[in-house]
Design a protein around this ligand. Structure first.
Ligand SMILES: Nc1ncnc2c1ncn2[C@@H]1O[C@H](COP(=O)(O)OP(=O)(O)OP(=O)(O)O)[C@@H](O)[C@H]1O
Ligand SMILES: [Mg+2]
Length: 302
């Protein structure tokens, strides 16, 4: 079993056709999708055939129902609590170069507590995956994130960690983040996050520093693929994507490819290649989840 924990979010993807007409109307495409970094990873893991559960919190609203159903359709066991706050939502504005600008309302995710987590933690799990977002909020989410790490240690699960956001890492403090998460087995930053934590933009040098804190590291490099390092071994894997429709969630899909391969006994180098394959599949579709036809409905505007 692989256990994922984190935000569960409704993504509203907005692609204007042309420049935004400030104070007036702009035609465009608007899509509703499941989102949340660790939730996306869980869905790609489910689609890859892994035995996977997801722990998180939604509101008592139709968006929560939609997201719960999305997990089931991807083959993920949802371990979800329902809070009084609304389900989290992100408006993602996608420009004509595919760049994303996001406005986030984390809603029910922010009141997830240690008591709630305790109800959902598994007694057996080979891997437990968590993202930086769970650490970047103070009370009560930070306590739950620390408890998640402690529980992994107590049941002998390997921890996989994606630091999520270079800007939030900067605000939280690199030294503090490394201290709290030190000892995780697998660390999965992108190049910007690795640079904030180590002061080095070169993935080789950054990974060398990160290996002082984690057993294995893979730095993702966008269109350049990734660099992996473990012990004294390291290497690069090229990106597999031939066509990039929308890179939303590519890092999350990458994490799923890596974890499913490691869970099946692959080496880190082979797992990095599997990560590239799933990231390529994600880049080829709109949104951060697999199988978009079954993950949401599109609303054509004008
Ligand atoms: N423009 C691109 N062209 C080809 N592949 C890409 C592109 N962007 C991302 N990828 C693929 O996705 C993987 C992860 O991308 P990236 O390093 O951008 O992660 P990230 O910044 O964590 O992504 P996310 O924004 O989804 O969290 C890359 O290793 C690569 O396989
Ligand atoms: Mg990422």
């Amino acid at each position: 079993m692989i256990t994922c924990f984190g935000d569960v979010i409704q993504d509203i993807l907005i692609r204007p056709a042309g420049a935004l007409q400030r104070g007036s109307d702009t035609p465009g495409q608007i899509l509703q999708r499941g989102g949340g970094s660790a939730a996306n990873t869980a869905c790609w893991l489910g689609k890859a055939g892994a035995d996977v559960c997801f722990i998180g919190q939604i509101g008592k609203d139709p968006a929560g129902d939609f997201l719960q159903q999305g997990f089931v359709e991807c083959g993920v066991e949802p371990r979800l609590s329902r809070a009084e706050e609304p389900t989290g939502v992100i408006a993602v504005l996608i420009d004509d170069e595919g760049q994303r600008t996001m406005i986030t309302q984390r809603g029910a995710n922010l009141t997830f507590s240690e008591q709630t987590l305790r109800r959902h933690l598994p007694q057996h799990s080979r891997w437990m995956h968590i993202t930086g977002y769970s650490f970047f909020q103070s009370v009560p989410l930070h306590g739950a994130a620390e408890q998640f790490l402690a529980h992994a240690g107590s049941i002998g699960a390997a921890v996989s960690l994606d630091p999520s956001s270079y800007a939030l890492l900067q605000r939280y403090g690199a030294k503090r983040f490394l201290e709290i998460t030190s000892g995780a087995h697998l660390f999965l930053p992108n190049q910007d996050e690795a640079a904030v934590l180590t002061g080095c933009r070169h993935p080789e040098a950054a990974a060398e520093t990160l290996l002082l804190f984690y057993d294995a590291v893979i730095v993702t490099l966008g269109p350049e693929g990734c660099f992996w390092a473990e012990g004294t071994a390291s290497g690069r894997v090229a990106a597999a994507a031939e066509m990039v429709e929308d890179s939303t969630g590519a890092g999350d899909a990458f994490n799923a490819g890596v974890l499913s391969a490691l869970d099946a006994g692959a080496s880190l180098a082979d797992a990095a290649a599997c990560g590239q394959d799933l990231a390529a599949r994600c880049c080829a579709v709109m949104g951060a989840r697999p199988d978009p036809q079954r993950q949401g409905r599109g609303i054509e505007n004008n």
